[in-house]
Every structure is written in C-alpha cells, then in structure tokens.
Write a protein that binds this ligand. Structure first.
Ligand code: MEV
Length: 421
C-alpha cells in the first residue's frame, strides 16, 4: 500500500483516531504512541539534565499538518505551536500544491561558519597572507577536534580570511567553513574555533577574542518551490493579489516583517516539534533576509504564463537530526520518525516547504476572505468552551456568535442557556 498524507476530514476526527492514523503512517511503536498520548512526556529528570535551575516543563499543542507531497513523497508534518490556524493553514496550502505536483526542494551541503576575531594585529594584509599560507595546518588542527565528524565525511572544508574596518580599528576575522553533516553543529564549530585560535594568534601576533559560530548560516541553505493553480486559489484575482502582496513585502520592511513572520510560523513549529534551536533559525532567517542591504521577503511569488501562481522560498536552515534536544527530548525523536526524514538537509527542506505553505495560506486568506474569518471561528469556539459549552454545543454556540458578530463570554452563556432549554 502506498502511503498518502492526504487524509480528508483528518481535522474532524477525535484525537485518538488521528493518532491511530499517524501511527499507521509512520509505523510508530506502542511506546512511541504512549509517549505522544502522555501529558508532559518530557520527564523532569530529563529536563533537569537539559538546562539549569529546572522547576518544571512547559507544554505546547502538537498538531499534524496533512497533504504534504514533497519531491513525490508523502509526509505528515508534526508542528508544535500555540497559535490557532497555522496547522490548518499549512495543510490547506499543501492540499492546493498537490494539484500541480506538490513541492520540489533543494539544499546546499550542511556548511556552518565559525568565526575567530583577531584584534591588535599590526599588519592585517600580511596577517591575512600568513594565515592563508598555513591554511592546511589550521584546518588539520581544527579537524583533529572531531575525528568522528571527519569520518562521517564532515569537518572543516575551507578557511577564509576577512579584514574588517570597525569602530575599534581594523580586525582580522577568520571563517572556518565546517561541514557538520546531520548535526546543528554549534558545538563542533565552537570547539574548532577555540582550538585553532592560539595558532592564529601566533601566526598574526594579534589576540583572538570571539571564537564562535555565526548564525548567519548563508552557506547552509534550503529551498522549495511549488505551483498553485488559479482554480484552487479562487481565481486569477487571488493570484494577482498574492503577487501584489509580495511586491509590497519586497518594497516595505513593515509588511516584510509580517510576511516573513508568516513563513516562520511554519518553520519554527516544525523546529520546535523536532527539538531544534528556534532562535538560531530566526536569527539566520532574518539576517539572511537583510543580507543584500535591505530586509527582503524569504519567499517570492509570480504569475505563470498560464495565470497560475509560482512560489519559491530560500532560507538558511541550521537544523539537526542528531544531538541536542533532538536526542534528549523523546517527543522530538518521535516527531522525527513521523516526518520520516533521513538527514538534516531533508529536515531543512521540509521546513522550507512548510514555510512556503504557511506564507501562501496567510497571504491568500488576507487577499481573499480576510484573515479574521478563520481565526474568529476558533476564537468563538474557545469562548463557547469558556462559557461552559461542551461537544456539539460548543460548535453551535460558536456558530451563533459568529453569525451575530458578538463573540463574548456573556453572550455565549446566554446562547448556551437558550440551547439547553
Ligand atoms: C500571523 O501569525 C501571520 C500573518 O500575519 C502573516 C501575514 O500577514 O502574511 C497572517
């Protein structure tokens, strides 16, 4: 049987039924299903080993986005997020993308940049030449720090030297370009930077200060593209609206920030579900977006000759599938299994698809019916539940409030009483 992520009515099923379907799709074990069902699956002792001063854990809803067809393969996407509508929006956009073959992706090698800042260098031009002359020796020393990574085909692949003018005078900045394979890579890179800095000090006669990874991971990029037919979007008017929305984002940082926030809704939700460092991703994405001197959209949208919508995303993805919380948080491990990705690159590519999907869904909704319609329904249901409605009654009370455009707890209580009579 070929597996499909297209599960009509998934959202209407009871939680247990959904879990059963995900279990079958991903081949989860009894233990993995138990973990997902457990409230607070991250044990206190585990949490206590992850960070300092632990007193508890924080829970977040974990949802599954359906319909993702990526390079011809079906994926169910775990997303951890507190905001309503984002999972539904991703599923909806992925459904629209399927009609034209789904998402196509690509990525660069998993290259991270480690920076060593060298100050108080008398002759920066000579220092640069001297460092480059001993490049092989420096790279060799860095690679000695992580023989396992080197054995897996990773390690330092190149070294660059930059001379920068700063408010504190000229500085030499050495970049170690490190292939980190399936790790996020910060630990490996930082260790290497620290290890080579005494040698760099001897070569340059300067002082090594910062020895740390750069979160602008501009060499570790993922991209995705998809075509959305005008019919599924709701007509050529909607296609034009999305392209105009993109044009505004490209011209105006105020809109661009919100445009990119919509992208990161998807990217970060997958990152959280899989135990990845969301701050590193945000920092990388936004600095990359501003790299050409102006803050720019992470996605681009244009109309095709046929009048359909073509979308593309490119962003840095410093994510891992080994080490860190991806290893220590048991729910993150189950999420990686559900995703079915075999490498960090593949995980990044999936995130790019989800980012593109969430961006399209948000902009399409704003351009077509307005974003509040979907939000209001969920908001109204929450208010109905707060007023004491349960099951079907909660849906009926919510519907009535939306109809009346009065979404308040006092009105919810009145409607509830009327229905209960
Ligand atoms: C809300 O989380 C995200 C949006 O504001 C994105 C956008 O405006 O494109 C809806």
């Amino acid at each position: 049987m070929t597996k499909t992520s297209q599960i009509p009515g998934f959202y209407k099923l009871p939680l247990n039924e959904r879990l059963k379907l995900v279990r079958e799709f991903a081949g989860l074990s009894d233990e993995e299903v138990r973990l997902l069902r457990k409230e607070g699956a991250l044990k206190l002792e585990q949490a206590d080993r992850m960070i300092e001063n632990v007193i508890g854990t924080v829970g977040l809803p974990l949802g599954i986005a359906t319909n993702f067809l990526i390079n011809g393969k079906d994926h169910l996407i775990p997303m951890a997020i507190e905001e309503p509508s984002v999972v539904a929006a991703a599923s909806n956009a992925a459904k629209m993308a399927r009609k034209k073959g789904g998402f196509k992706t690509g990525s660069s090698e998993p290259l991270m940049i480690g920076q060593v800042q060298i100050v108080e260098v008398k002759n920066t031009t000579k220092a640069k030449a001297d460092i480059l002359a001993r490049k092989a020796e420096i790279i060799g020393l860095a690679n000695e720090q992580d023989p396992v990574l080197v054995k897996l085909g990773g390690g330092v692949k190149d070294l660059e030297v930059r001379v920068l003018e700063t408010s504190m005078g000229p500085m030499v900045v050495v970049h170690l370009i490190v292939d980190v394979r399936d790790a996020m890579g910060a630990n490996a890179v930082n260790t290497m930077c620290e290890a080579v800095s005494p040698l760099l000090e001897r070569i340059t006669g300067g002082k090594a200060r910062l020895r740390i990874i750069s979160n602008l991971t501009a060499l570790r990029l993922v991209k995705a593209e998809a075509v959305f037919s005008k019919e599924v979007l709701g007509g050529e008017e909607v296609v034009d609206g999305v392209v105009q929305a993109y044009a505004l984002a490209a011209a105006d940082p105020y809109r661009c920030a919100t445009h990119n926030k919509g992208v990161m809704n998807g990217v970060v939700a997958v990152a959280l579900a899989t135990g990845n460092d969301t701050r590193a991703l945000e920092s990388g994405a936004h600095s990359f977006a501003a790299m050409r001197g102006r803050y720019q959209p992470l996605t681009s949208w244009r109309k095709t000759k046929e009048g359909d919508l073509f979308g593309r995303i490119e962003l840095p993805a410093a994510v891992g599938i080994i080490g860190g919380a991806t290893a220590s948080n048991p729910t993150a491990r189950v999420c990686l299994k559900i995703l079915g990705v075999k490498s960090a690159r593949e995980l990044g590519e999936v995130m790019a698809c989800v980012g593109l999907a969430n961006n399209l869904a948000a902009v399409r909704a704003i351009v077509a019916e307005g974003i509040q319609r979907g939000h209001l329904k969920l908001h109204a249901k929450n208010i109905a539940i707060m007023a004491g409605a349960t099951g079907d009654l909660a849906d009926r009370v919510a519907e009535q409030m939306v109809k009346e455009k009065k979404i308040r707890v006092d009105r919810a209580k009145e409607i509830l009483q009327e229905f209960q009579k």
